[in-house]
Design a protein around this ligand. Structure first.
Ligand code: BGC
Length: 292
């Protein structure tokens, strides 16, 4: 018996099969299907992966890149604009006949890092995923903060510059327009975030300037969150966020922006430990919780 978790991203859907000992037995991915075709695709991934590992899937958890209500309705996913108020949990449960949980992708990744990764045994943690967008999982007083609807942690859409860059969420000046992988590419005139980091390691002066500027935007958003939540640890994850080089620059920028340490001790800033599968692992953990 396995728990299946699927992380739906802007370009790729990644599924993992999680054994009872929380080890990933196998994984499978597909390019994200357009529009609401994603529901069918998630169901297919779940069935195909269970078949491949020769087990029965007892539960499915899905991480979606947007606001997901507590009852598993995807309200809005800025990078998958065709999805509006999609009752994903209900549709998948009907189709597959197993327990299904649907939650925000960063919440899923955060739960995985909290239960078995970089934020283990931390009662106050902030897990920030930096990729195409920015997502956040908030752990406060030993609990995941979900908010009234389940929409808490939309930190990528904190406005950091009034009237700033246009965001796919419909507003301007959101944090993710300055501190995501997409933003870094724009700041580096089309050079990918990965390439910027490589160039920095090779001491390329131009890349260094861009990364310093980028890191200061990341730090600015983190400082706002530190003031809101007072975390003990901040975990940087996601495609770009998991980089040790980025962590180093962000730590520097954050220490410059924080009040003096004797007045406000800085949180620990660490990189995520579970790699690109964190979101799918967390989704599988959540799906399993539904049964427990
Ligand atoms: C969405 C979040 C999501 C994040 C990472 C943001 O644009 O609003 O819900 O967690 O991207 O995918």
């Amino acid at each position: 018996m396995v728990a299946i978790g699927v992380d739906v991203g802007g370009t790729k859907c990644l599924a993992v099969a999680l054994g009872a000992d929380n080890r990933v037995i196998d994984s499978l991915s597909l390019p994200t299907a357009p529009g609401i075709g994603v529901v069918e695709e998630v169901a297919e991934l779940c069935t195909a992966l269970a078949l491949r590992v020769g087990e029965v899937a007892t539960s499915l958890g899905v991480g979606m890149p947007g606001t997901v209500s507590r009852d598993g309705v995807v309200y809005l996913a800025p990078h998958l604009p065709a999805l509006r108020k999609l009752p994903m949990r209900e549709q998948l449960a009907q189709q597959l006949g197993i327990h299904v949980a649907v939650d925000n992708d960063a919440t899923c990744a955060g739960i995985a890092e909290w239960e078995m990764g970089a934020a283990r045994q931390c009662n106050h943690a902030l897990i920030i995923t930096i990729g195409t967008g920015i997502g956040a999982a908030l752990i406060a007083d030993g609990k995941v903060v979900r908010g009234h609807h389940g929409f808490a942690g939309e930190s990528g859409h904190h406005i950091v510059l009034h009237g700033g860059e246009e965001c796919p969420c419909g507003r301007r000046g959101c944090w993710e327009q300055y501190a995501s992988g997409t933003a870094l590419r724009r700041m580096a005139n089309g050079v990918s975030g990965e390439e910027v980091l490589l160039r920095v390691v090779k001491e390329d002066a131009e890349a260094l300037i861009v990364l310093e500027e980028f890191a200061s935007w990341v730090a600015l958003g983190l400082l706002n969150l530190v003031n809101t939540l007072d975390p003990q640890v901040i975990v940087l994850g996601g495609g770009l966020g998991s980089s040790a080089v980025l962590r180093h620059f962000v730590a520097d920028a954050l220490s410059q922006q924080m009040p003096p340490a004797e007045l406000r001790p800085a949180p620990l800033l660490v990189t995520a430990q579970l790699g690109p599968e964190a979101g799918a692992i967390g989704a599988a953990l959540l799906g399993r919780e539904v049964i427990a």
